[in-house]
Design a protein around this ligand. Structure first.
Ligand SMILES: [Fe+2]
Length: 252
């Protein structure tokens, strides 16, 4: 198995039978929803489409998986989303086949997709890799596999001795407790997850929030002591437990 990280996404490519590119949480249409909160930002939708196409060209995959939250508005579809989603999917179709694992922001996404471009919300297996957005309890079929998910938008702060901080999206890789699959009997079988950072540059949750107040079955089941933090280019940035302890100390 070959794994390639692409900081320009961020995204990750896994090569087994095929070269498959994974990205998550594009949140097209976020600018329209931010206007309701008083933030007037022009749409960056076309820039995101260009970034995705450039990433496909650079990484040269056989196919791509979008791990959910392609759109932002729930419920319904905004005017901005209606046009930008059609542009996004037609641009990708010109380059490679793709599938979407629907996320909690994706009700109605099926109107923009062909049947073969949608996979199960509860997760499925693609070339031995588990894929799902991450807001639901995963299908038991994913037990024992490496599971790739979105949903969590992880961001880590790196500080030096004088307190200068760099905030950056990051990947989280670790084992999940087997009790997330209650009907599975093989407790020796290890299941790992790789949380993919948000492709949308306006969103992100600090790792403190994700793992001290976990908001998904996967984040609640992650065994913190096993988890590592990887920067968008794949470089190792320490273990999760140490980062959480450091951020807690910095806050007190
Ligand atoms: Fe999301």
């Amino acid at each position: 198995m070959i794994i390639e990280f692409y900081s320009e996404g961020p995204g990750v490519l896994i090569e087994k039978k095929r070269r498959i590119l994974f990205i998550a949480d594009i949140h097209m249409g976020i600018e329209h929803e931010l206007q309701k909160s008083g933030f007037y930002i022009r749409s960056r939708g076309q820039e995101r489409i260009t970034r995705i196409c450039n990433l496909i060209t650079e990484s040269d995959p056989d196919m791509m998986v979008i791990l959910g939250d392609v759109k932002h508005r729930i419920p319904g579809t905004s005017y901005q989303e209606f046009f930008e989603l059609n542009n996004l999917f037609s641009a990708i179709r010109k380059l490679i086949p793709f599938i979407v694992t629907p996320g909690n922001h994706d009700p109605g996404i099926e109107e923009f997709l062909k049947t073969e471009e949608i996979s199960k919300k509860e997760g499925s297996i693609l070339d031995t890799t588990g894929i799902l957005h991450g807001h639901m309890i995963p299908d038991p079929a994913l037990s024992g596999h490496l599971i790739l998910c979105g949903h969590h938008h992880p961001v880590v702060s790196l500080t030096d001795q004088v307190g200068v901080a760099l905030k950056t999206p990051c990947f989280i890789l670790g084992e999940v407790n087997s009790n997330i699959f209650p009907d599975e009997t093989d407790e020796d079988e290890s299941t790992r997850i790789l949380m993919i950072p948000s492709f949308n540059e306006l969103t992100g949750y600090g790792i403190e929030k994700i793992f001290r107040s976990p908001f998904s079955p996967l984040s609640r089941s992650l065994i913190i002591e096993t988890a590592e933090i990887l920067l968008p280019d794949g470089s190792y940035a320490g273990d999760l437990q140490s980062h959480l302890a450091h951020e807690k100390n910095a806050a007190t």
